[in-house]
Structure formats: C-alpha cells, structure tokens
Design a protein. Sequence first.
Length: 380
Amino acid sequence: MTLSPPGTLLSAGDDAFVEPLPGLSSPPPRLAVKDMIAVKGCVQGAGLPVRAGRIADEDAALVARFRAAGYAIAGTTHSDAAGFGTMTPWVTNPRHEGRAVGGSSGGAAASVAAGRAEIGLGTDTGGSVRIPAAYCDLYALKVSNGRAPTEGILPLSPTFDAPGILAATAKTLSAAAPVLLDDWRDGATPLPLHYDASALRAAEPEIAARFAVIASALEAAADEGTPPPYDEIAFAHSTLVCVEGLAVHLADWTRAPEGFPPTIADALHYAQTLGAAEIDAARATVATTRRSLRAHAKGRVLMRPTLPMPPAGRTVETVALAGVSQPITNANIRLTLSANVAGLPVAVVPFPGLSVQFVGGFGEDEAVLATALAAAARLA
C-alpha cells in the first residue's frame, strides 16, 4: 500500500486538508468538509486524480445550511478515492501515532481530532463516518436515509449513502445535529436500550469483553434476534455499490480510466461484468433485509461495537477475524454495514478503550442521539 496522496498534501499536522480556508484559528465554530461535498470555489475531487481541478460552482445544500447556522468553513478534506475504502492512508492520525484514521471520511475526522475544526461533515455508505470516529476517538451521527439533503454531494451509491457528522465532544455533536437533520424535532427522550448479542459473536474476544462491561454498566438488555445472513447482505451491498459507482463515474471512466486508482478500477470493471439478473437479485436482497431490520429496530436502540477488532495501523491491508484473513475494509465494515443497508440512524460514542454504535429505528434520529448521549453521560 502506498501512502502517496491523490493530491498535494500540506505540512505535517495539516495533512487532513485538500484546501484549508482562512480563519481556521478563530470563532465561529469551524466545519471541515469531505471533498465529495461541494464547497463553492473549492475542488470537489473526491480523492480521484481524474477529478483534479473540478471546482464547485455552489455550496452543497448541507454546506449552505451550516454556513447559515454560523459555521465557518475550515476547508475541504481528503477522502478515500470516490468513497471506496475505509483507511484514508495518506492522512495521519492526530491522536494515535501509527494508527490509521479510518475512512472514507478520514480527513474530516482527522481535522476534528487535531482541533482544526469543531465538526467534520462526511458521507457514510458502509461506515465511512462511523469508522473514522472509532479510529480517532470521536463522536458521530449518521442520519436515516432521507433525513438530510444530499444535493451537491458526489454520490458513491445513492441506495446506501447518508450524510453524517463527527465531533470531539458530545456537546458539539448535539449542537450540530439540528443543523444536519431536516425537520429537527425537539424534546426527544432516550429509548429502551439493548445490546446486539450477534455482534459480540462477530467481534474479537478483547472487543467483546470491553463491550460487555459497558453494556452491563448501562443495564442494556440482550437482543438475541437472528439477523439476516451477513455474507448475503454484504455481497448485495458490494454489488450495488459497484454498479451505482459505475453510473456516477461512467463519463470519466470511459474518457480516462487511467485516472482511477486500481481498487476503484477493479470495482468498476466488475460492475461492467454484471447482468440485469444479478443486479435485480442484489436489489431484492437489500429490499428484504431493509424491511426486516427496520421492523426489528423500531422503538428502541441497539448497541454494538463500531469495529470488530482493535483499530489497525496505517499500512495494514489484511487482518484476521475469527482466524480468517480478510481485507481491512471487509473487517472495518463488518459491524457498520447493516445500518446502511437498512438506512437506519446511528450515533457513535467513544467510551474509554472502545467505540460503540447506537443504532435505532428509521426516522428516529433524535431519539437515537438522545439515547447515545445519555449513555455517554451516565458513564462519564
């Protein structure tokens, strides 16, 4: 794995940013924006060489909303190319030397972890906001599909994409959430809290042990529900991400395939081999899974670790889960992917030594956040 960036990096400590903007060290609160999201006058490169020099004519709807709420734009930040990937390896982790920052919203996370912004604005297709939160010890919120505007955001996979935010403190996250969400509803109260027993069986023993202590301290009830087969939903998710990614980038891919890094090129090549029956089968699996998971999540919050293993180093390409070697991205998304397939809201809390997700019912974003922040306060 190379640590060379897709664009020009800044000096040490600033390498999260593609384009830093003036006023970084002064109030008002600062917003660091993943470079898949349009900021007027800045390159919207999405980490892709083929998009170098693509200047956004207008702010994305969410960027405009944060500006109107009094946030200053700190700059645009590096992401894994096109949103494929979970490590953003050319960005350093400000809090853990040698550790990856996670991805694909890794630059936004690093800017917050380094104190260069109060909020990082990213996108989450398989865990791309929550994974960096786990790697950088941050709070995060991924919205329900459709609860935040996506105009001006370069998609990876519209079926699964959702905006999200990262913050260093619960207070900062709570203040930004009403800006992120459409039709914010005040007065949400915590929901009944459960823990996902199946996720513990998928996690490495040290992660499961730490999580069990937290779940016990929060008096969370065990959820022994039988989730859909992970391999089946992961394959369907991967299929549609590749197919929809090809549709997003088809013009550039046809014109200049050399402008796509090898991993993305492989995904787009794979998409071109798929027939209608295979794509329809993937969509059917997603639809069935979405109905099942939404029904199961309604009216409560389910805790699970964010990662099934300890955060990996920047140059790690494969890890072992349950003794089986697999690509790092497969491991990173193991416990985040299902919320994207179902389109569910998720809040992330960095407890000492472990990042924990709080997954809730579709559209119940405010209550999910209230439940997660109440849990964080209880164990503070």
